[in-house]
Write a new protein. Structure first.
Length: 348
């Protein structure tokens, strides 16, 4: 149909539908890699379908989580190293789901920008797909929003949404008692929390993102963008082996705030700070900022990204299982019948 007019188009307003379509075509192979039992349809529909029965569940309870990557995105955007933030996005959601005892089933992402850069967006979403592959969940949909005037040139934002399931009656935490052993799983660095402080400390240090990293090989920006570790398959293996009473994902609030979230009323924990060595990134930040041990422990993961509360008689076997799954495991301490967190030894 034509009325003879050649007026203003949506592209003139800053929204390029063709670029959006090109992005969908490019990421379809990455999304297809994530298909698992229960996946019903590919990208492109008005909604995304998932079949719980085909995934093997008979009486499922659904568990949902949503999160972002925080101001770690600022470093990724400023350095151009955007490939890993998609893994961060998935990890922040699915590592939370597994703490409820749930298996992550599917994931959806929201990518928003002022002007769509197809290559940059595809690199981010391919990272999301990689995170989904590693955690056994399907990338079944998402939204790419091009919003002129809402974001400065080159900027973008991310959000993620994960849904998992467990059979009714298997939810965690459950059965945590004084005497449980606390097993810590090593982190891969700062993960995706505390980056407003990280960026402030880098500013105080006087270093640029392209400077040599003071504690590891590579540039400072590259090392600080190390993706969040995914604990899903390893944690589920431990849960299915029996003896796991609770899991705590150590995110914003550090060990001090996150472990108490899974302890029953009236219980606390004693943590031996000599059970592991503080990774270089945290030692450097503590030195640059003159930060106290208490501040470090309530802000960062300090080298421990996930904590499991397990029955004492199963602790050794579960630690060996987790090591066989590729984890570095620390015996951190025990659950006590005294409320609050008690720290022994020294981290700094």
């Amino acid at each position: 149909m034509s009325d003879g007019k050649n007026g203003i188009t949506y592209a003139d307003a800053g929204v390029d539908i063709d670029a959006g379509n090109a992005l969908v075509d490019r990421i379809k192979p990455a999304a297809k890699r994530t298909n698992r039992a229960g996946t019903v349809s590919g990208l492109g529909g008005f909604g995304a379908l998932f079949d719980l029965k085909a995934a093997g569940y008979s009486d499922p309870v659904l568990v949902a989580a949503t999160d972002g990557v925080g101001t770690k995105l600022r470093i990724a955007i400023d350095t151009g190293h955007v490939d890993g933030v998609g893994i961060d996005l998935v990890a922040m959601c699915v590592n939370d789901l597994v703490c409820q005892g749930a298996e992550p089933l599917f994931f959806l992402d929201y990518f928003a920008t002022g002007k769509l850069d197809t290559d940059s967006a595809a690199r981010v979403i391919e990272g999301i797909a990689e995170g989904c592959v590693r955690s056994g969940c399907a990338l079944i949909g998402g939204e790419t929003a091009e919003m002129p005037g809402m974001y400065p040139a080159g900027d973008f934002d991310l959000a993620g949404f994960a849904v998992g399931a467990m059979e009714r009656g298997t939810e965690l935490p459950a059965g945590v008692v004084a005497g449980d052993v606390l097993l810590g799983l090593a982190s891969d660095g700062v993960h995706s929390n505390g980056y407003s402080l990280v960026r402030k400390l880098v500013e105080v240090s006087g270093l640029g993102w392209d400077a040599d990293c003071p504690w590891a090989d590579g540039s400072l920006g590259e090392v600080l963008l190390t993706p969040t570790r995914l604990y899903v398959t390893q944690a589920l293996a431990a849960v299915r082996a029996g003896g796991v009473h609770a899991l705590a994902h150590i995110t914003g609030g550090g060990l001090t705030e996150n472990l108490p979230r899974v302890l029953p009323e009236g219980c606390g924990a004693t943590i031996d700070l000599d059970a592991w060595q503080l990774p270089g990134v945290f030692a450097w930040m503590a030195q640059v900022g003159g930060m106290s041990e208490a501040e470090m422990l309530k802000t960062f993961n300090c080298g421990v990204g996930m904590i499991l509360s397990v029955s004492a008689e199963r602790a050794e076997a579960l630690a060996e299982l987790l090591r066989a799954e590729g984890e570095t495991v620390y015996v951190l301490g025990t659950v006590t019948d005294t409320p609050g967190m008690a720290y022994e030894g020294s981290l700094l």
